[in-house]
Design a protein around this ligand. Structure first.
Ligand code: EPU
Length: 467
């Protein structure tokens, strides 16, 4: 039996025969892997390159599908993108930005949520923009009303059509006083990428302040922008008439790092995540420790040129005794990230007692727990706000709180990957379970986890592609 989305429908969607991973579970994952630049910064920094009048260089760029989508869109608009000398170095030359046809742009429809961030940069460079239908994970309705409202306040004219969104700025873009109804990551980035070259000052209240956003602000500052992050989620941007290219080494991917940490815990293993950084993961590390997981920060090794293995990170391991239940809620930074939730829930199925996970960022991000239950977990989802403060979903009929009763013995199953993070969680469950599972739709994981099959092999996992 196959759990998750209908496998038949899924196979039709992906029309790939080699999209199935056979996982022989029950082996602790052990070894070292490395994370590169954060997916949720890299793609935005690539869009920022459009704003400059000279080439930009981005280092440590992972080979993931979101990068390919943004690269394709940049190239369509005349940006010359090439690989630099270093492994993972990307050079983007926006000297000759040009318009692209809606048909060309629509090739990327449904492939990612990043295209919405092209609005401001394209309006500045070309005076108009066309944005295709967005994609991204199906984890709730994911509206873009905050983005559109902000763009209109800057002076953009937004025309939504069935084929996508046309924007123009007949009177240019001007600084604005804005307040987000919720500290949305994407809407904050939209404001930053638009305000940096808008005429005058922009004040954004209730902004998101995730580390990836602060890193994007660093990128923009390198380009010549003037941005001040005040207390209480207020960001002030003084528009400048022109920006130049940047060179940037991005923050490491703290979502991927936490996913591997959860995999170490769920499979009773030990994984050193090279490149992971303590400062970005403090909230996760506190939770990991509360459950009983052990970790050691290994970034104090002295990196010496030519000496492999000198780079540190964070080593995560299972303590060898029973894990403890915890009550948690996801939140905006500095809270527990919504993207850390799914892999960690798999580990929580192995903790003694009742754990609570209250998801407060997305209203429909617990659907993946059905498949875990079919594998032997005991997880109940509720409409109420459990275990913490009431959130904006509480009275709106969404099953957004989960109670996980453990420990449960997980057994193998055939699974269909529903979205990126839940997909990785399914993979961890299959690796932790006794027996052989088939995981359908694994190519979706390439959207955000670079080279994950080789990393699994390096950690001693018994996985193979189904022929
Ligand atoms: N929201 C609105 N209206 C808007 C924008 C957002 O109501 O116009 C709501 C959303 O529906 C959601 C909440 O605000 O309930 C937060 O959404 P946000 O805008 O912060 O999310 P995002 O920018 O679309 C990014 C990451 C997500 C990550 C969230 C939260 C990227 C490409 N995506 O999404 O990452 O979960 O921030 O941190 O940066 C992932 O990597 O798998 C992923 C989904």
């Amino acid at each position: 039996m196959i759990f998750g989305r209908s496998p038949r429908a899924h196979r039709l969607e992906v029309t790939l025969t080699d999209d199935v991973l056979v996982v022989h579970g029950g082996t602790p994952l052990q070894g070292q892997i490395r994370v590169r630049g954060a997916k949720n910064l890299i793609s935005k920094a690539m869009v920022a390159a459009l704003l400059g009048e000279s080439p930009s260089r981005l280092f440590d760029v992972p080979r993931i599908r979101d990068v390919e989508v943004v690269r394709g869109l940049l190239e369509l608009h005349g940006v010359k993108v090439s690989d630099g000398q270093d492994d993972g170095e990307l050079v983007m030359d926006p000297t000759n930005v040009e318009s692209a046809s809606t048909d060309q742009i629509n090739v990327h429809a449904g492939s990612s949520r990043i295209p919405i961030l092209f609005c401001g940069p394209l309006l500045h460079r070309l005076g108009h923009a066309f944005i295709p239908d967005l994609g991204g994970c199906h984890i709730g309705p994911r509206p873009i009303d905050f983005h559109i409202q902000a763009l209109r306040e800057f002076g953009a004219v937004v025309d939504k059509q069935p084929e996508g969104m046309h924007l123009s700025a007949p009177n240019g873009l001007h600084g604005a006083k804005l307040e987000l109804p919720y500290p949305s990551v994407g809407a904050t980035e939209q404001v930053l990428l638009t305000a940096v070259r808008a005429e005058g000052v922009t004040e954004l209240r209730n902004a998101a302040i995730e580390p990836e956003i602060i890193d994007l602000i660093c990128v923009l500052q390198k380009m010549g922008a003037i941005i001040t992050v005040h207390t209480d989620r207020v960001i002030e941007i003084q528009g400048v008439p022109r920006l130049h290219g940047y060179q940037h080494k991005p923050i490491p991917d703290r979502i991927e790092a936490a996913s591997w940490a959860a995999a170490a815990l769920a499979t009773k293993g030990e994984i050193e995540v090279l490149g992971a950084r303590q400062a970005d993961m403090m909230t996760f590390l506190n939770v990991f420790r509360s459950i009983g997981g052990e970790f050691q920060i290994t970034d104090d090794r002295v990196a010496r040129p030519g000496v492999t293995g000198a780079e540190g990170g964070i080593k995560f391991w299972h303590p060898g005794h029973e894990l403890q239940a915890v009550a948690l809620e996801t939140d905006v930074h500095p809270g527990f990230m919504t993207d850390w939730q799914q892999p960690l829930v798999v580990a929580l199925t192995q903790a003694r007692g009742l754990s609570i996970m209250h998801e407060t960022v997305y209203e429909q991000r617990l659907g993946y727990t059905d498949a875990l239950n079919q594998m032997g977990a005991t997880i109940q989802v509720y409409r109420d706000c459990l275990g913490g403060t009431p959130c904006r979903f509480g009275r709106r009929n969404f099953k957004h709180s989960a109670v996980i009763a453990g420990p449960s013995k997980l057994h193998a199953a055939d699974l269909v990957i529903p979205d990126l993070r839940a997909g990785f969680a399914h993979l961890i469950a299959a690796l932790a379970a006794e027996g052989t599972s088939r995981v359908y739709g694994v190519d979706l994981i390439n959207r955000g986890y670079e080279d994950f099959e080789n990393k699994l092999a390096a950690l001693g996992a018994h996985v193979e592609r189904q022929n």
